[in-house]
Design a protein. Structure first.
Length: 129
């Protein structure tokens, strides 16, 4: 694969990861404001869930968005790997609690973040950036 194609794929993954991070941050803020927007069963633990989600998601989203916006990509592959693993945790939580929207959305996020970590962390990608 040519360096130009790899560079385009890398840019597309950067944009997709930044977009998903932004959507995740917005969803997180919506969940904090009104847990019933994202949860089927907004019982006694809904506020706790939303706050725990915010404590994890806002810093991760902020870091991804900052690194993409500033072009500081050196630490981005491990950050995306951590973000992808967190999304895999959300897949498990969504599946265990019968929340298909959470499971599907987190699956998309995990795929994007882990693909981005792999693509951007490859030696040929690092040399092209």
């Amino acid at each position: 694969m040519s360096v130009a194609i790899q560079a385009r794929q890398g840019r597309a993954l950067l944009v997709a990861n930044a977009a998903f991070a932004a959507v995740s941050a917005v969803a997180c803020l919506l969940a904090v404001a009104s847990p019933t927007l994202l949860l089927h069963d907004a019982g006694a633990g809904a506020d706790f869930y939303a706050q725990a989600y915010a404590a994890r998601q806002l810093p991760l989203s902020g870091a991804v968005l900052t690194m993409v916006a500033t072009g500081r990509q050196r630490g981005l592959p491990p950050l995306l790997a951590i973000s992808g693993l967190a999304q895999l945790g959300d897949v498990a939580i969504g599946a265990a609690h019968g929340n298909p929207g959470m499971a599907i959305g987190a699956t998309v996020g995990a795929a994007l973040h882990l693909a981005g970590a792999w693509q951007l962390g490859r030696p040929s990608a690092a040399a092209a950036s």
